[in-house]
Write a protein that binds this ligand. Structure first.
Ligand SMILES: *[C@@H]1O[C@H](CO)[C@@H](O)[C@H](O)[C@H]1NC(C)=O
Ligand SMILES: *[C@@H]1O[C@H](CO)[C@@H](O)[C@H](O)[C@H]1NC(C)=O
Length: 447
């Protein structure tokens, strides 16, 4: 038996060495699914309302969204994700799957079996092969945002840094064992209003979590405390970072239809601008040089940044009596004032690690008004968005593909039970064999 299988490896290795010496170190610091440059444009669509990705793409003149987000809950069982996955499979593009998972009943309610089911589901998804018209094939890219907005006090798992960090690490470790290609997004809320005094799940004064969150040790939780660092699980558990950032109007109680100030988004990312904003510079702390955490930075920075959910709200009517608020400059102008902040080459040049946006495609009753956040419900907004997006040559739109058989039949079985899974030795053997064959080709392709 000859060692013929070694040949591509030798070639690949030689090529890798050449590559390493020829390119800058930065090119090798890309995180999972991070484009070297340019922007992924995703959407979080309102799945439970019955709308589908294909409905939305029809309204965007058939531009293919780079990634689709939806959410499921995890408790002692994992909620069935297949309605979402089926929706994305139906459009036959190579769009990434962006799964947000909420431990809605709190961290203690999440079972090991449910975490194992999540890991297994993601393993299946990331193994699905997609083939483009050119014949090139790749596996499905998957992002996981687990327990997002953990610095807010509106989720049962919120504002519990000790438990959160331990739990998040456990989930990442379990998922990596079964699905090493998943990109893990750590996604706190923007600091607008932190620490949201008086919320339902705020920590008891004097408790260990309270002391951790009182980062300047002045005995109270206030706007001068670091809204991020106490919740950071550590660089080795995080592939991407991101925040939720919205334009709601002028000021609390957020009912005014007004355009966003031109630096409003930048203010949320960097802790500058409006007095509502906390002075911590999220972008610099996690995606820049890592400086600025209190009491000390837990990151060396350089993580790709994503607006994990973002939109400008257009207030349609008051919930109390149905009357419309002042129309202001109109839906198009309000929304455009927001997307033009990130669909903006100067802005992106200032923030080179800003690599993805996920637009919140919902109409939703919140606080005092019915809010239209979407880019496609109003055809005039959709037309204006497409026009501006087409000017941005750096958006990585998804491409049409054909795919292997659906991953869903197995997924459905997996999600129905939280019993411990079999060890999957056979699967791992198969994956190893494929990896052994493909890795050298990939190496050569990269070079
Ligand atoms: C998750 O649970 C919450 C609370 O029960 C519910 O409001 C929400 O709709 C659930 N999410 C999904 C995707 O079903
Ligand atoms: C924009 O900035 C001006 C001046 O700081 C302020 O008066 C106005 O309320 C801001 N508008 C919004 C929408 O935040």
């Amino acid at each position: 038996m000859t060692a013929r299988w070694l040949l591509p490896w030798v070639a690949g290795l030689a090529c890798l060495v050449a590559c390493l010496t020829a390119t800058t170190a930065a090119a090798w610091n890309l995180a999972k699914h991070e484009p070297e440059s340019g922007l992924l444009f995703g959407m979080w669509y309102d799945r439970l309302s019955g709308v589908t990705p294909s409905d939305i793409e029809d309204k965007l003149q058939s531009h293919h969204i780079s990634m689709w987000q939806s959410d499921i809950n995890i408790t002692d069982t994992l909620q069935d994700a297949s309605p979402f996955l089926r929706d994305v499979e139906k459009i036959n593009t190579d769009a990434a799957i962006f799964l947000t998972v909420y431990p809605f009943e709190g961290i203690d309610a999440v079972s090991d079996g449910a975490i194992a089911d999540l890991a297994k589901l993601l393993g299946r998804l990331t193994a699905q092969k997609l083939t483009a018209a050119s014949g090139a094939s790749a596996t499905r890219r998957v992002f996981l945002r687990y327990a997002s907005e953990m610095n807010g006090n509106w989720f049962k798992y919120g504002m519990q840094p000790t438990k959160f960090v331990e739990h998040y690490r456990r989930v990442v470790t379990a998922v990596r064992a079964a699905a090493p290609e998943v990109a893990h997004i750590w996604g706190p809320n923007s600091p607008n209003g932190y620490p949201w005094i008086g919320g339902k799940y705020a920590p008891e004064p004097g408790s260990p979590d309270f002391q951790l969150l009182d980062t300047n040790h002045n005995g109270k939780l206030d706007i001068d405390d670091d809204p991020f660092t106490p919740y950071y699980p550590g660089d080795e558990y995080v592939d991407w970072v991101g925040i939720s950032a919205y334009h709601y109007g002028k000021q609390f109680p957020w009912v005014d239809n007004v355009v966003a100030n031109t630096t409003e988004l930048e203010g949320l990312m960097t802790g500058t601008g409006s007095p509502m904003v906390n002075p911590y510079n999220f972008y610099r702390m996690f995606s820049g040089d890592g400086v600025g955490g209190q009491p000390k930075s837990l990151t060396s920075g350089g993580k790709p940044f994503m607006l994990t959910e973002t939109a400008a709200a257009y207030h349609l009517n008051f919930l109390s009596d149905g009357t419309p608020p002042f129309a202001g400059p109109g839906n198009v102008a309000v929304k455009q004032s927001w997307w033009q902040q990130y669909l903006n080459p100067d802005f992106l040049a200032r923030y080179p690690k800003f690599k993805a946006v996920c637009s919140f495609e919902f109409k939703k009753a919140e606080e005092l008004t019915m809010r239209d956040f979407s880019l496609t419900l109003d055809p005039a907004v959709a037309a204006a968005f497409v026009q501006d997006a087409e000017k941005m040559k750096t958006i990585h739109w998804a491409q049409p593909v054909t795919r292997e058989a659906s991953v869903l039949p197995d997924v459905l079985v997996a999600s129905k039970s939280s019993a411990p899974r079999h060890s999957g030795t056979a699967e791992r053997g198969w994956v190893a064999a494929v990896a052994l064959t493909l890795a050298p080709m990939l190496l050569s392709a990269v070079c």
